[in-house]
Write a protein of this length. Structure first.
Length: 319
C-alpha cells in the first residue's frame, strides 16, 4: 500500500491538484495533517474527498489535547458521509513545540489517547454513550451520524505509546525521519500488546526523486534537522548507526540558522532517514521499509502536483 501525506502548508487549490495527481499516479491513500497554526484538517480532508474518487483519506494525527474526542468523532463520521468507507481517523498527542506555542500542556497523554479511542469508537457505533473516564466524560448521548465503522489509528513514537497502539488501535502510524531500523524496533513494540489482532502498520517517509542522487540528497536537510533534533530520536539515530550532534542541531534550529542546521545533516543521515535519490534508489529504499514491517508507506515532504506524481510513480513498483 502507498499513501501520500500533506502537511497543511499548501493552499487548498494546490492540495486539490496534489490529491488528484496522487490518485492518478496510483496512490492508495491521502493523509491530511493536523498541525496547529496551519490549515484546518477537516476542511482539507473534505477538499481531498471532493477532488478524488477512490483514495482513502486519513485525518492525521489529530490531538485530543486541542480537539475533544466528541468533535473528532463528529468530524470523521461527517466526512465518511461524503465518502463512505474511505475515511481513517488517526489520533496522536501532537507536536510538542506547536502545543507549547498554543499554551497547551498535555496532561496524562497515554490515558488521554486510550480514552479518546474508546470514546470515539463508542460514538461511531451509533448507540447512546455513557462514559466516565479519568480524562473524558460522555453523559448518555448518541452521535447523529453514527453507525460508521471508521478505523482509528494511533500516531506513536515512544515505547509506551507504541504498545498502546498495539493494544487499542486499529493501526499505528510512525513518524517521518524514521530509519528502517527504527521502524523495525517500533513495530516490535507495537506487536507486544497486539496479540493476534489485525493492525494497519503505516509509516511516514520523506521521499525525494531526482535523476541524480546528489540533487535529491539536499531536499530534506532542513526538515530532518527540525525532526531529528527531538530527544526521542536519539534511539532512531543510534539504531540507524549514524552520528548526529542533536544539541548543535537544536541550537541552530532555535536561532533559525538554517545553513548551519542543514550542514549538520550529512548525506549519510539523509540516506538512512529518508528515501532520496534516483527512482531506482528510492524504490530500493521503500522496499527496505516494507521489509521492515510497514504495510503502507506514506510519502511525505511533497509540495507540488508534479513532484507528488513523480514520487508516487517511482514508488508504485514496490507499494
Amino acid at each position: 500500500m502507498l499513501g501520500v501525506a500533506f502537511d497543511g502548508r499548501n493552499a487548498l487549490a494546490v492540495l486539490r491538484e496534489q490529491a488528484q495527481a496522487a490518485e492518478r499516479a496510483g496512490a492508495d491513500s491521502v493523509w491530511v495533517s493536523s498541525h496547529l497554526f496551519l490549515r484546518d484538517p477537516f476542511i482539507s480532508a473534505a477538499t481531498v474527498v471532493a477532488a478524488t474518487r477512490r483514495v482513502r483519506v486519513a485525518l492525521m494525527a489529530v490531538s485530543p489535547h486541542v480537539i475533544h474526542p466528541v468533535h473528532l468523532a463528529m468530524g470523521a463520521a461527517t466526512l465518511d458521509e461524503l465518502a463512505p468507507g474511505r475515511v481513517v481517523l488517526c489520533v496522536g498527542t501532537g507536536a510538542p513545540n506547536d502545543l507549547a506555542d498554543a499554551g497547551v500542556v498535555p496532561q496524562r497523554p497515554l490515558a488521554t489517547l486510550r480514552e479518546t479511542v474508546e470514546v470515539v469508537r463508542l460514538l461511531l457505533a451509533g448507540e447512546p454513550v455513557t462514559y466516565k473516564g479519568e480524562v473524558f466524560r460522555v453523559e448518555g448521548r448518541r452521535l447523529a451520524p453514527g453507525g460508521r465503522p471508521i478505523p482509528v489509528v494511533l500516531a506513536a513514537a515512544r515505547p509506551r505509546s507504541l504498545k498502546l497502539a498495539g493494544a487499542v488501535g486499529d493501526g499505528v502510524l510512525l513518524s517521518n525521519a524514521s530509519s528502517v531500523e527504527f521502524v523495525r524496533w517500533s513495530l516490535d513494540h507495537v506487536a507486544q500488546d497486539a496479540g493476534a489482532r489485525p493492525l494497519r502498520r503505516a509509516g511516514l517517509v520523506y521521499a525525494a526523486v531526482a535523476d541524480r542522487e546528489v540533487d535529491a540528497l539536499g531536499r530534506f536537510r532542513r526538515q530532518l534537522a527540525i525532526t531529528l533534533r527531538a530527544p526521542h530520536h536519539a534511539t532512531n539515530l543510534a539504531l540507524a548507526g549514524v552520528t548526529l550532534d542533536q544539541e548543535a542541531v537544536r541550537r541552530a534550529v532555535a536561532r533559525e540558522d538554517w545553513p548551519a542546521a542543514e550542514t549538520l545533516i550529512g548525506d549519510d543521515v539523509v540516506r538512512r532517514h529518508t528515501a532520496s535519490g534516483t527512482p531506482a534508489q528510492v524504490r530500493a529504499r521503500l522496499a527496505a521499509y516494507h521489509a521492515a514491517g510497514l504495510d503502507e508507506v506514506v510519502l511525505g515532504g511533497l509540495y507540488t502536483p508534479e513532484e507528488t506524481a513523480r514520487a508516487v510513480t517511482a514508488a508504485r513498483a514496490v507499494a
